[in-house]
Design a protein around this ligand. Structure first.
Ligand code: ADP
Length: 423
């Protein structure tokens, strides 16, 4: 499971990076095309103005240069100098024709400023055959206060026009990005599906393992009991009967756990709260686990720093939570040593389970509380399970509006800290 989730993560990171890169390249190209279109617009306007100069002969010295005769303080605003004042109607007619000839199909407002006067003595609107989107006849031409003769050209819809020129690129680029994102999302779901399938397969494997051993022990014991000679050896008979009883109990517990967790569609548990001593409940949990603790030669120490260790909670669910945590401390340790510390911190009742076990790598800390999640390690043979215990503990604690967290380092043991509000 470890390797699979790691590969999946890398694939996702790589996929996101590639999609991000393609989107960045797309945006870069869009920007390039936008500045190209802007430049083209500028060139075509300059050409139109130049032709107008030639047609009207408005410059005394007939040599024309962009730098000398045209100022472009804003991308959509041109100031063109005049030596001779011409009627604006003539300028407008010629300019309109030239702009159309040079493929500038966006509306334009022009204003005539005469030396010695303020503002524009005359204004004209040049309608364009293709300027059918929001024509702005009443747009206000920016004011230029310079004491000379000049005409201003103002294109109120210039940006929209340039963007419209790029429409094909915008639509195709946008489509590509949408397709890429859809592709990325499908791949993500596909992998997730595969991951869930693998997790389920792991679960079935664990399940089979957990049930196969007691079943084969029962089968052997039953074979022995079938032998008629066994009645003459009552101590052996009692021994085998007890083995069957123990294994059945184990199976019963496992089945109950499975049913309660794996097939429980409800998120929260129905609580039956009562007041009880946490210390006494912990002792009860230890009694339940006596065979396991003895088998693992475990040492468990309870320290109570609370004045009274009473808590108002669901006793039977809390018992199950304690059993799961103590069981894990015994399972995931070579020479189990567990300290349980009870304390009051603010409004919370805190229960700390600190063991000296194999520890848990940081990257698994969040996931160990997920259903069916197990950190597989070949070190400890006894450590079989379904990966359901901690998920169940978390559900119990959170149903009590509490929190559970883990602090652990590989090889140094683990601490599980439970905090439950006392009120
Ligand atoms: P299970 O024990 O059935 O695998 P759990 O949900 O109880 O499932 O635990 C999930 C995983 O967390 C375990 O597989 C184990 O790797 C890790 N784990 C839980 N408790 C401990 C602990 N006290 N020390 C080390 N690892 C632990």
């Amino acid at each position: 499971m470890q390797i699979r989730s790691k590969t999946l993560r890398w694939l996702l990171v790589l996929g996101t990076f590639v999609v991000g890169l393609i989107i960045a390249v797309q945006l870069f190209w869009m920007q390039k095309i936008y500045s190209f279109e802007q430049k083209q617009f500028n060139i075509n306007v300059s050409k139109s103005i130049r032709s107008m100069y030639e047609d009207l002969n408005v410059l005394k010295d007939s040599s024309y240069s962009f730098e000398r005769n045209i100022q472009n303080p804003q991308p959509n605003f041109y100031i063109i100098s005049l030596d001779t004042v011409y009627p604006l109607a003539d300028i407008s007619r010629i300019l309109g024709r030239e702009l159309t000839d040079f493929d500038i199909f966006t509306d334009c407002k022009i204003g005539l400023h005469v030396k010695g006067k303020t503002g524009y003595v005359e204004e004209q609107y040049i309608d364009m055959p293709d300027a059918n989107f929001s024509p702005r006849k009443n747009a206000t031409i920016p004011v230029v206060e310079e004491d000379r003769n000049f005409v201003v050209l103002y294109f109120p819809n210039r940006t929209r026009y340039v963007i419209r020129q790029m429409m094909f690129w915008l639509v195709s680029g946008g489509l590509l990005i949408v397709v890429l994102i859809a592709f990325g999302v499908s791949i993500f779901y596909l992998f997730r599906q595969k991951f869930l399938y693998e997790t389920q397969k792991d679960f079935v494997n664990n399940f089979t393992h957990e049930f196969k051993t007691p079943l084969s022990v029962i089968k052997i014991a039953a074979d022995v009991l079938k032998d008629p000679a066994i009645v003459h050896r009552p101590e052996k008979l009692a021994n085998y009967a007890q083995i069957i009883q123990q294994q059945t109990l184990h199976l019963e517990q496992q089945t109950a756990r499975l049913l309660r967790i794996a097939f429980d569609s409800q998120k929260s548990l129905p609580l039956q709260k009562e007041r009880f001593s946490v210390k006494i409940l912990l002792e009860e949990a230890l009694k339940n686990l006596e065979p396991l603790i003895e088998k693992r030669a475990g040492i468990v120490k309870i320290s109570d720093e609370t004045n009274d260790s009473f808590l108002y909670a669901d006793r039977s669910y809390m018992l199950l939570a304690f059993i799961n945590l103590i069981e894990n401390a015994m399972k995931y340790s070579l020479h189990p040593w567990l300290q349980i510390l009870l304390s009051i911190q603010g409004d919370d009742f805190c229960i700390l389970f600190r063991d000296n076990g194999i520890g848990i790598e940081k990257k698994h800390h969040k996931r160990i509380f997920d259903k069916f999640y197990r950190v597989t390690s070949g070190d400890i043979q006894e450590a079989s399970g379904f990966g359901l215990g901690l998920n169940f503990v978390k559900t119990i604690i959170e149903t009590h509006k509490g929190k559970i967290e883990v602090q652990s380092e590989t090889g140094k043991g683990s601490s599980f800290i439970i905090r439950i509000p006392r009120t």
